[in-house]
Ligand binder design. Structure first.
Ligand code: FES
Length: 133
């Protein structure tokens, strides 16, 4: 099992029927973080978390997330790979305002605490900026 694989266990059994092994584990989505030097790390994270939470749980370098996901620090800035921008959607107004404080904002810049992980993002690729501020 890879060292960076996190398998969250549901604390509540399903409401209907038997409790299967499949039900016991939450759905996992793969996300790849690419560092400025090209090094990449693919992690698996539970749907419903944010990309920032997946980064922090897996010790991804360069994702500071000082405000803990409150969209108030801009230290979780990433560049969403062009192929994934439709699926991640655009930044909301509050996120756009915070991006004004991020370093080297480009097309595809997002605060990854505002990107919720779903099945649709399985395989998501984001790039970490050279610095956060
Ligand atoms: S963690 Fe602070 S804005 Fe994303």
């Amino acid at each position: 099992m890879p060292a960076n694989l996190i398998i969250p266990f549901r604390s509540q059994p399903p409401k209907s029927g038997l409790f299967s092994l499949k039900d016991a584990y939450a759905t996992m989505t793969k996300i790849t973080f690419i560092q400025p030097d090209g090094e990449s790390q693919t992690v698996e994270a539970e749907n419903g978390l944010t990309v920032m939470e997946a980064a922090k749980l897996n010790d991804i370098a360069g994702i500071e997330a000082e405000c803990g996901g409150a969209c108030a620090c801009a230290t979780c800035h990433v560049y969403v790979d062009e192929a994934w921008r439709d699926k991640t959607g655009k930044a909301a107004d509050m996120e756009e305002d915070m991006l004004d404080f991020a370093f080297d904002v480009r097309e595809g810049s997002r605060l990854c605490c505002q990107i919720k992980i779903t099945d649709a993002l399985d395989g998501l690729v984001v790039r970490v900026p050279a610095k956060q501020f």
